[in-house]
Design a protein around this ligand. Structure first.
Ligand code: HEM
Length: 407
């Protein structure tokens, strides 16, 4: 791996706080990232430790400390969203990588695309697409869930948000495929270049002929009285595709992996559909999967530890959702009182698509369980967990008995 070598230990980091930990190598043969993070915390690592992997950075494992970091953009900047520093996108992804006060000006531009009324409108096409895919898959009795289902719905949502013609779906799917499943790194770069060309061509069209859609409003938006630059437009449109793609796909895959192994939970949701709202919240809490990263803005202290300007801190979001109070938080229980969780982050960058994500999970649970009530992970399948912006199970082969088949 490119950044595998260990960097030198900076002078301000005491050797007692060093742990050999690679955030890109997750020890989760059961496909349970959140469980792996809880195990890491329980393995007696310091609450805040330094790893020399991936350029050298801090890892926060205490839920309270992670929240402190996320809600304090003045001390902890979002200008770096991943480790190592050199791997951060240029130009930045907007508004994710922009700090207050500028951040809110950009956030305001895309928030209107995710109001309850807009989400309801998008739900219709996402539901129709999901039913279509599930009905095609059901008679086959098997599928690779991630590519054949989980990644499809977010693409339909993106297309709906930007009011893109259905005939462009194969083009978008091809670009997305090259970005998320590149054979060589160059394929990914070409995928991004094609995404820039595709989105900027739509901006040019809507500048000439505006409609009632997000691309048109971004094409005509102004910040401080000036129109948006091309790099700003690209950053904003990329976030709409990328923030809602891997995250939703990862969440649907974790949920499916869990349900495949628990007939009791499947049965409960089928017999009591009114539990679905609570189930969505419980799944969101239990299956958190984003490694949030922040850059220290100025020399400061956290829990008695000196942090220097420029240090990066990785904050695994699941660790906010499993308080260390003796409760079995790893168990999935649809009857728990609702818990505050950090699956959608905390502070100024709190996920703008949380309502949309909940709608996508609901559509999946309702439509999949109605048509494929019983399913299992293919025997002998090796599960792995792959860490990118969202940490996900990259392949989930499923099998079930098709309805028409009795033996
Ligand atoms: C289960 C699915 C999802 C999860 C777990 C998730 C998680 C997150 C998290 C943790 C953040 C905060 C990042 C940070 O603080 O650095 C975030 C931000 C964001 N998410 Fe989501 N997300 C999901 C779905 C979506 C969807 C469907 C969209 C819609 C396109 C979306 C759009 C955004 C945007 C635009 C931001 C940036 C907000 C800002 O910087 O102000 N997300 N998401």
């Amino acid at each position: 791996m490119l950044y595998e070598s260990r960097s030198e230990l900076p002078d301000h980091v005491p050797p007692s706080l060093v742990v050999d930990h690679d955030v890109f190598t997750v020890d989760a043969p059961d496909g349970d990232f959140a469980g792996a993070m809880v195990r890491l915390r329980e393995s007696d690592v310091p609450a805040l430790f330094w790893t020399q992997r991936n350029g050298g950075h801090w890892v926060a494992t205490d839920g309270e400390q992670i929240r402190t970091i996320l809600v304090d953009p003045e001390r902890f900047s979002s200008r770096a969203m991943r480790v190592p520093k050199a791997a951060n996108p240029v130009p930045p992804i907007i508004p994710l990588m922009i700090d207050p006060p500028d951040h809110v000006q950009y956030r305001r531009l895309i928030a209107p695309a995710m109001t309850p009324a807009k989400v309801r409108k998008l739900e219709g096409s996402a539901r129709a697409l999901s039913i279509g895919i599930i009905e095609q898959l059901e008679p086959k009795g098997a599928c690779e869930f991630v590519s054949e289902f989980a990644q499809q719905m977010p693409i339909a949502i993106f297309m709906g948000m930007l009011d893109l013609p259905a005939s462009d779906q194969p083009v978008i799917m091809d670009i997305v495929d090259r970005i998320i499943r590149p054979d060589v790194p160059e394929t990914r770069m070409c995928g991004f270049a094609d995404l820039v060309d595709y989105t900027m061509a739509r901006v040019a069209e809507r500048r000439a002929e505006p409609g009632d859609d997000l691309v048109s409003s971004l094409a005509h938006a102004k910040i401080d009285g000036r129109p948006l630059r091309d790099d700003e437009l690209q950053g904003l449109m990329f976030v709409l595709l990328l923030a809602g793609l891997d995250t939703v796909a990862a969440m649907l895959t974790y949920i499916t992996c869990f349900l495949a192994g628990s007939s009791d939970h499947r049965r409960e949701l089928q017999e009591k559909p009114e539990l679905i709202t609570e189930a969505i919240e419980e799944f969101l809490r239990r299956m958190a999967m984003v490694n949030l990263t922040r850059e220290v803005n100025r020399d400061t202290e956290l829990g008695g530890i000196v942090l220097k300007a420029g240090d990066l801190i990785v904050c695994p979001s699941p660790l906010c959702n499993f308080p260390e109070d003796g409760t079995d938080w790893l168990a999935v229980d649809f009857h728990r009182p609702r818990q505050v969780h950090a699956t959608f982050g905390a502070g100024p960058h709190y996920c703008l698509g949380s309502m949309l994500a909940r709608a996508e999970i609901r559509i999946f649970l309702e439509e999949w369980l109605a048509r494929i009530p019983d399913f299992a992970i293919e025997e002998g399948a090796q599960l792995e967990v792959k860490a990118g912006a969202a940490v996900m199970i990259p392949r989930l082969p499923l099998v079930w008995r098709p309805r028409g088949k009795t033996t």
